[in-house]
Design a protein around this ligand. Structure first.
Ligand SMILES: *Cc1c(COP(=O)(O)O)cnc(C)c1O
Length: 413
């Protein structure tokens, strides 16, 4: 079966829950055991004190460890990425920070792509160094040999523990080659030490890009975005092999940042329409990008669909890694902050708000909003300038989205 067909019921057994076609919401903090022996067995498995017998499943104990809504969602979510296991969190930042804390130790080196989501950038560059972790960064269009050189010249090549990639990058839509990340990780891996590749797949996943298939070890999501898709819930997820996910889940148990039953229930419901929503968003984005490309008040459009063979590496990554052009468009308006604000203030249908991936279209100004924390001139080097506008395309009729942008652009000047 195709993933979109499995999203209605996979991982849920109505016969266990009074025949309810849809999963009930399990608002309970604790679960009663049928016997003391059963309680003992559940704890042995939950704490990894013995390996489960074949067919033996972890029973429910306490909702910080597990809950039916969490279990159903995690089982369903792995289908798209072809992962062995998933862990769902109360935010994307909770998923990202838990993974970084689990796989990095004092003295280790982290190699990241740039730009990164503002919150991730802050955690990596302001919080991790307090725990003795060093960070080096590479830029879009740098080659494998250049990445290897960056790691070597840090003087800590033997301590490289993880490569962290965000692709397409927020807010510029720059593409990073996940396979290249894998090759660099393998180059620095030894028999004793495996270098892991983690990919933030929020912009394209899980429907249009599956990083595990390109060699990533861990996939991360802000499930607040496309997966949730209705701007009504904050959530995050991490997916990967059973072995790595058991480490992630163990730390999650002790940080206590798992998703609540209600969050999981909302996300399970959202997964049913995920493919339908994302397909409409991608089709709409193609039309909107086409409109922007020829508009006289638009200087530059950053969208995978506008890449051509002349763009070289970016075009090749688009072809091998992404199944559509996505639903996110960034563009430079002619002028600066004044013109960008005139455009944003004149929008009627498109909401002036941060976040992305929802049913409604959203527009924002990265330089003064989501990415305000990034220092100049580094910010400008990444092309996060005063004239950059980021738009998340929703599922409205594309003619109305274009009409709204057109009338807003007319007010500029
Ligand atoms: C929103 C976002 C995050 C953070 O997720 P939250 O759910 O807001 O904690 C991380 N990465 C990317 C690419 C994002 O867009």
């Amino acid at each position: 079966m195709n993933p979109e067909s499995l999203m209605m019921s996979y991982g849920y057994k109505p016969e266990l829950f009074a025949g309810a076609v849809k999963s009930p919401l399990f608002l309970t903090s604790t679960f009663s055991f049928q016997s003391a022996e059963e309680g003992k067995a559940f704890f042995e498995i939950a704490y990894g004190l013995r390996t489960p017998e074949p067919d033996e499943e972890l029973g429910f104990i306490y909702s910080r460890l597990n809950n039916p809504n969490l279990a159903i969602l995690e089982k369903r979510l792995i289908v798209w990425d072809g992962a062995e296991d998933a862990a769902v969190f109360e935010s994307g930042m909770a998923a990202i920070s838990t993974v970084l804390l689990e796989f990095l130790s004092p003295g280790d080196l982290l190699l990241t792509s740039g730009p990164l989501y503002g919150g991730t950038y802050y955690f990596i560059n302001k919080v991790l160094p307090r725990f003795g972790i060093s960070v080096v960064e590479f830029r879009v269009d740098q080659t494998k040999d250049q990445l290897i050189e960056i790691v070597k010249s840090s003087g800590k090549a033997d301590r490289l523990a993880m490569i962290y990639i965000e692709t397409p990058a927020n807010p510029t839509n720059d593409l990073i080659d996940i396979e290249m990340g894998r090759e660099v990780a393998d180059y620095f891996s030894t028999d004793e030490k495996q270098v892991y590749v983690a990919v933030d797949n929020t912009y394209m996943g899980p429907v249009w890009q599956q990083p595990l298939k390109n060699g990533a070890d861990l996939v991360l999501y802000s499930a607040t975005k496309y997966i949730g898709g209705h701007s009504d819930v904050i959530a995050g997820a991490c997916l990967g092999s059973g072995e790595l996910m058991s480490r992630v889940k163990k730390l999650r148990t002790f940080l206590g940042n798992m998703a609540s039953p209600h969050t999981c229930w909302l996300l399970s419901r959202s997964l049913e329409t995920l493919k339908a929503r994302m397909d409409i968003q991608a089709a709409n984005a193609n039309r909107v990008a086409e409109f922007l490309l020829t508009h006289p008040k638009v200087e530059r459009v950053c969208f995978p669909g506008t890449l051509t063979k002349e763009d070289g590496m970016q075009y090749r990554i688009r072809q091998k890694q992404c199944q559509t052009n996505g639903g996110m468009i960034s563009f430079d308006i002619k002028g600066g902050e004044k013109e960008a604000f005139q455009f944003l203030n004149a929008l009627k249908l498109i909401k002036l708000a941060v976040s992305l991936g929802s049913t409604e279209s959203l527009a924002e100004h990265p330089a003064t909003m989501t990415h305000v924390d990034i220092e100049s001139p580094y910010k400008e080097e990444l092309h996060i300038t005063e004239k950059l506008i980021r738009v998340s395309i929703g599922i409205e009729n594309y003619e109305d989205i274009i009409y709204d942008m057109k009338q807003a652009l007319e007010t500029v000047g």
